[in-house]
Design a binder for this molecule. Structure first.
Ligand code: SF4
Ligand code: FES
Length: 244
């Protein structure tokens, strides 16, 4: 079924530093996505809108934007679920480079604090580490993260404090902590329980609401808080030996 919608797109020109809104009336199919509409405008209306996308199927995590005030993937946001007037803006909480393209480096850098790597051969025993299907199942949900950064865009703590480790990095840390191949738990917990770690989360839960892959980063943060208490208590009871 065809429908006529009005789409308002927030623009930013870094050369002139001018912010503006481009409005278009478009006749479209109900099954079109916001990404389809932007591609149509660039291909047929010479709109020259800047935005990122690649896979068109909720896999690459590159097409995030605010659609009617909500962080979402443009490739999986359908016209049929939206009103006749639609506003598309760059993802909140990130510096805008041009139009809908934002700089997510600050949030991406936090992934390093999650120590997101494993070894299939134990560094201690030098033998392969086996994993059962049940053990693998424990990682499944948090492994789905596509690093789209919608959760950082929705997070009220990250909005005012960009040092906060944030939702996706903590969910990633939880994923690796649960992995039987993991051998760096203590180091990871040190960074997760640092002053910019999980304690800053105020448990609003917006991160999980907007996550397109049901990773549930809010739950991962609360689990990491519990593990953080145990980690910190253990360190207080058994402080590491100081070098003489
Ligand atoms: S946790 Fe969800 S919202 Fe956050 S980066 Fe991963 S997939 Fe995106
Ligand atoms: S284009 Fe890849 S997630 Fe949308």
């Amino acid at each position: 079924m065809q429908r006529i919608i009005t789409i308002n797109i927030k623009r930013y020109d870094p050369e002139t530093e001018e912010v503006s809104i481009s409005a278009y009336k478009v006749e479209t199919e109900q099954d079109a996505t916001i990404l389809d509409i932007l591609n149509f405008l660039n291909e047929h209306k010479q709109a020259a809108i800047s935005y990122r996308f690649s896979c068109r199927m909720s896999i690459c995590g590159s097409c995030g934007a605010m659609v009617n005030g909500r962080p979402t993937l443009m490739c999986s946001t359908f016209i049929r679920d939206l009103p006749d007037e639609i506003t598309v803006e760059p993802m909140r909480n990130f510096p805008v480079i041009r139009d809908l393209v934002v700089d997510t480096d600050n949030a991406m850098d936090k992934m390093r604090d999650a120590l997101p790597y494993t070894s299939f051969v134990s560094k201690k025993s030098k033998k392969p580490i086996k994993q059962t299907p049940e053990e693998l199942e424990k990682l499944k949900q948090t492994s789905q993260c596509i690093k789209c950064m919608l959760c950082y865009s929705a997070c009220p703590v990250y909005a005012v404090d960009e040092e906060f480790i944030g939702p996706a990095a903590t969910a990633t840390a939880y994923r690796y902590d649960q992995d039987t191949h993991d051998e760096v738990k203590e180091e990871r917990m040190d960074s997760l329980t640092s002053k910019d770690g999980v304690w800053k989360c105020s448990f609003v839960g917006e991160c999980s609401d907007v996550c397109p892959k049901n990773v549930d980063p809010a739950l991962a943060i609360q689990k990491m808080k519990i593990m953080g208490v145990l980690h910190t208590t253990k360190k207080l009871i058994k402080p590491s030996k100081s070098k003489t």
